[in-house]
Design a protein around this ligand. Structure first.
Ligand SMILES: C[S@@+](CC[C@H](N)C(=O)[O-])C[C@H]1O[C@@H](n2cnc3c(N)ncnc32)[C@H](O)[C@@H]1O
Length: 256
């Protein structure tokens, strides 16, 4: 008999050696399947986006960035609302931003904003007295995002480095991490570095595909945060809110 994908036959080996080889090959196949699964999830997370609710103020350059012909430097930077109806249907930007519970005048950080899938809606939600700081590490995404928010006085687009959030201390009511945590070099260290930027009652909002929730929650716990609330009504994404665990606080992170 030939082992699947094997180089040798069982008849040439002792039974124990044959079983060991078989188990090793099975483990190897399992690992390959797991890696393929991870690549599929990451690809879905980074795909470009869509058309429902198309905004009149999206310049052609930004809209083109979300097409399959987008240049390599724009891969993984998310998309623009109004380009792909199926994508908007999956992300539901209007309901998503409503679920953030923002108020006029609040200060929001959109970390890893990409092309600004949520940035314009965040800007609308906090109004002229509020402020949105949209960060990214990708120069081309930052350039296109600056074009998209041109004229919006309550939005600042800011270049950062991968392990430094670049946010002022004590400033942000909400720090949004939308489909970005899988890019972070060290989730725990990054979450820890966000804490000083929060206002006393500030929250970190994290959203991603549901399959990406466990590593984020584990990192949040390790970084000293608790899941304080969660919005479970999006088609394929989770949305949860983190706050620092204060000394004496016995509440635990919500299991799922
Ligand atoms: C998949 S896109 C998400 C864009 C948008 N937030 C969304 O939800 O559609 C991830 C973005 O995070 C950016 N990014 C990756 N690591 C980052 C970091 N350490 N700090 C800030 N942005 C980062 C990438 O350049 C990319 O534009």
């Amino acid at each position: 008999m030939r082992f699947p994908g094997g180089m040798r036959t069982a008849s040439l080996m002792a039974p124990e050696a044959g079983m060991t080889l078989f188990r090793a090959q099975a483990a190897s196949r399992h690992l390959v399947r797991w890696c393929l699964c991870l690549v599929t999830v990451a690809t879905a997370a980074c795909r470009s986006e869509n058309k429902e609710g198309a905004r009149q103020d999206v310049p052609p350059a930004a809209a083109q960035a979300a097409t399959p012909e987008a240049p390599a430097e724009l891969h993984g930077v998310g998309g623009v609302e109004g380009v792909d109806p199926a994508y908007d249907q999956s992300r539901q930007p209007s309901r998503f931003v409503a679920a953030l519970g923002l108020s006029p005048g609040q200060r929001i950080a959109d970390v890893g904003a990409g092309l600004g899938y949520f940035t314009l809606r965040l800007s609308d939600a906090v109004g002229p007295t509020g402020r949105v700081v949209a960060t990214d590490i990708n120069d081309e995404a930052l350039k296109q995002l600056r074009q998209r928010v041109f004229g919006r006085k309550n939005v600042e687009v800011r270049k950062v480095t991968p392990d430094t959030p670049g946010l002022e201390p004590g400033t942000y009511d909400v720090i949004l991490l939308a489909e970005v945590d899988h890019f972070l070099p060290d989730r725990v260290a990054f979450l820890e570095s966000l804490r000083p930027a929060l206002t006393p009652n500030g929250r970190i909002a994290v959203t991603h595909l549901r399959a990406m929730r466990p590593p984020l929650v584990a990192a949040a716990q390790a970084a000293g945060y608790a899941v304080v609330s969660e919005f479970n009504d999006l088609p394929v994404h989770y949305l949860l809110f983190l706050q620092p665990v204060r000394s004496g606080d016995t509440s635990s992170t919500a299991p799922r």
